[in-house]
Ligand binder design. Structure first.
Ligand code: SAH
Length: 220
């Protein structure tokens, strides 16, 4: 592997292994999720000045008032999505951000369709995901309120920004049997929810209190 991808010191495999140990202690138990997070460099998704903090369990700034989700949240949301089925085909991600969550998903499902409303963030994410040779990802510059109807229905939907209410288009674009994981709520009072589409309607589970950036309208 290219040395900058591999990392040294605070960005090395050893540091990632410590992160994995912490995630297990925090209750993450999906072995494939843990293995992929151990092997995926997280530091390359952030500015060099912050890369030594990449494996701390904290959200860090990625510019444009946005943050990279903390490792625990990435692991938790991915695990919740994967627990729904042994094999996920198409997954819609809303909020590409720096692309780290996208990288984890792309190694666990067939194809990721990722929507981002801030163009420079999307451009940077694409470069990093390309460096990791992850090619099963399609990118849309758009407002996630509309989802991405062209490829619907999706077996899974994951949003990493919090709307006040679940957008209707996302509910409609979820396949029957599919699962959506997203934070819902306003002003710091958000709950992580898992929504499962049944042939007769939607099951909503309220999971844990979380803090995400808001799900905004329009494009920047
Ligand atoms: N998983 C990403 C999270 C970044 S923060 C990471 O770890 O880097 C949330 C992201 O959601 C931001 O990039 C923000 O621009 C994006 N976002 C917010 N509202 C959105 C919307 N309506 N459509 C698409 N992206 C949105």
């Amino acid at each position: 592997m290219n040395p900058s991808l591999q990392g040294i010191g605070m960005t090395s495999l050893r540091t990632r292994e410590r992160m994995i140990k912490r995630l297990s202690e925090q209750g993450i138990s999906h072995q494939k999720v843990l293995a992929i997070m151990r092997d995926t460099p997280r530091h390359i998704f952030m500015d060099e000045a912050l890369s030594s903090r990449a494996y701390e369990d904290t959200a860090l700034p990625i510019g444009y008032n946005q943050t990279i989700s903390q490792p625990y949240i990435v692991a938790k949301m991915t695990e919740l999505l994967l627990r729904s089925s042994d094999h996920l085909g198409k997954v819609l991600e809303v909020g590409t951000g720096c692309g780290y969550q996208t990288a984890i998903l792309a190694q666990l499902v067939d194809h990721v369709y990722s929507v981002e409303r801030i163009l420079p963030l999307q451009k940077k994410a694409k470069i990093h995901l390309w460096d990791l040779k992850l090619k099963n990802i399609s990118y849309l510059y758009g407002d996630g309120h509309q989802g991405w109807p062209d490829y619907a229905p999706y077996d899974g939907i994951l949003a990493s920004a919090a709307p006040a209410e679940i957008p209707l288009s996302l509910l409609q674009q979820l396949a029957v049997g599919g699962v959506m994981v997203m934070p819902v709520g306003q002003n710091g009072h958000q709950t992580l929810q898992r929504i499962t589409r049944k042939s007769s309607g939607y099951d909503i589970e309220l999971l844990e209190a979380v803090t995400f950036v808001p799900f905004l309208s329009g494009k920047e």
